[in-house]
Ligand binder design. Structure first.
Ligand SMILES: Nc1nc2c(ncn2[C@@H]2O[C@H](COP(=O)(O)OP(=O)(O)OP(=O)(O)O)[C@@H](O)[C@H]2O)c(=O)[nH]1
Ligand SMILES: [Mg+2]
Ligand SMILES: [Zn+2]
Length: 301
């Protein structure tokens, strides 16, 4: 029998049982997952065999820093081994702080470093202060840029090209410009970009599944382009994890009467006191409440 066994590669794309992977020294290949029990996602490192009959993915190495979201009660692993999650937003109707907050929570819970990219800043960022000031204050790293008009884009490139970042990922609601950003970073990518609907102000989910693109002088990095979402479910996260992912609450929690305060109806809650004194942004607290409510509802079933 000819062929090579137990090679290693990085998953770029998964479509049912077919996997596109990149293996150093071999290149980009398409293979088949050999067992139904083996679930792989973009970013995973897998083992594979090259046989006469084709390429067979035989196993996956344990992944760290996976991005998860729950969707209609089902937990979905979206990508693996992510070193930098770029949460992308546009300005105007596509700027959705609820979804941004949720993606930041999903990243923090898995200890994935995150970065907020405010794209389409050519359309004007004057009205954003109320939101961006809050993110600034709680230590969220932010970059304003325009991918379409190549403004301040080198900042985005610098972060993705950093030596500590091997796998980066672009996520955000539909139509914020993820694929446009990707195309600027990887000129050969030719990722499809789409129009934003005038009626809804939202994109039309041009990208339909996660796809990894090779990046860097020797293709040593991967950038994952995620499909746009309108809602980012977090029913799999625990209430404690949610609270710990709101840095402004963590900073205040020592002042709550109860060590296990959830910042809801408890007496002498420092977070609620700060909220009433306008020292916590109401929309951040609202994001927190909505996530807790979602978790509570999921537990009923
Ligand atoms: N004005 C402006 N428009 C932009 C910019 N970047 C992207 N766009 C436009 O926004 C629209 C949506 O861009 P896409 O890159 O397809 O957005 P996406 O986030 O990949 O969308 P999905 O794949 O649906 O999730 C396109 O018409 C782009 O040309 C920008 O910096 N400024
Ligand atoms: Mg896209
Ligand atoms: Zn409290």
């Amino acid at each position: 029998m000819t062929g090579q066994r137990d090679l290693r590669g990085r998953v770029l794309e998964v479509s049912r049982r077919y996997v596109t992977l990149f293996s150093e020294g071999v290149g980009t290949l398409t293979g088949t997952v050999s067992s139904k029990a083996l679930e792989v996602v973009t970013g995973d490192i897998v083992t594979f065999d090259m046989r006469d009959e084709g390429v067979f993915v035989t196993g996956a190495l344990p992944a760290t820093r996976s991005l998860y979201r729950s969707y209609r009660g089902v937990l979905k692993r979206m990508g693996a081994n992510i070193d930098l999650l770029c949460v992308i937003t546009g300005v105007g109707q596509v700027l959705n702080p609820t979804v941004i907050d949720r993606m930041l929570v999903a990243a923090r819970v898995q200890q994935i470093p995150s970065l907020l990219v405010i794209n389409k800043s050519d359309l004007g960022v004057e009205d954003l202060g109320a939101i961006t000031d809050v993110y600034q204050e709680i230590g969220v790293e932010m970059i304003f840029c325009s991918a379409k008009f190549n403004k301040n884009f080198e900042e985005v490139e610098r972060r993705i090209a950093a030596p500590s970042v091997r796998v980066s990922a672009l996520c955000g609601v539909s139509g914020v410009g993820k694929s446009t950003i990707l195309n600027r970073l990887v000129p050969g990518a030719k990722a499809k970009t789409g129009e934003v609907s005038e009626r809804t102000g939202q994109g039309k989910q041009t990208t339909t599944q996660p796809r990894g693109f090779l990046y860097g002088p020797s293709n040593e990095k991967v950038i994952i382009d995620f499909p746009g979402v309108q809602f980012f479910g977090l029913s799999h996260v625990t209430p404690e994890e949610v609270a710990s992912a709101f840095p402004e609450f963590v900073a205040l929690a020592a002042g709550c009467r109860f060590a296990n305060c959830r910042h809801l109806q408890e007496p002498d809650c420092a977070v609620r006191e700060a909220l009433e004194a306008d020292r916590v942004a109401p929309w951040r607290y609202d994001s927190y409440l909505q996530i807790l409510k979602e978790i509570e509802e999921a537990r009923k079933y």
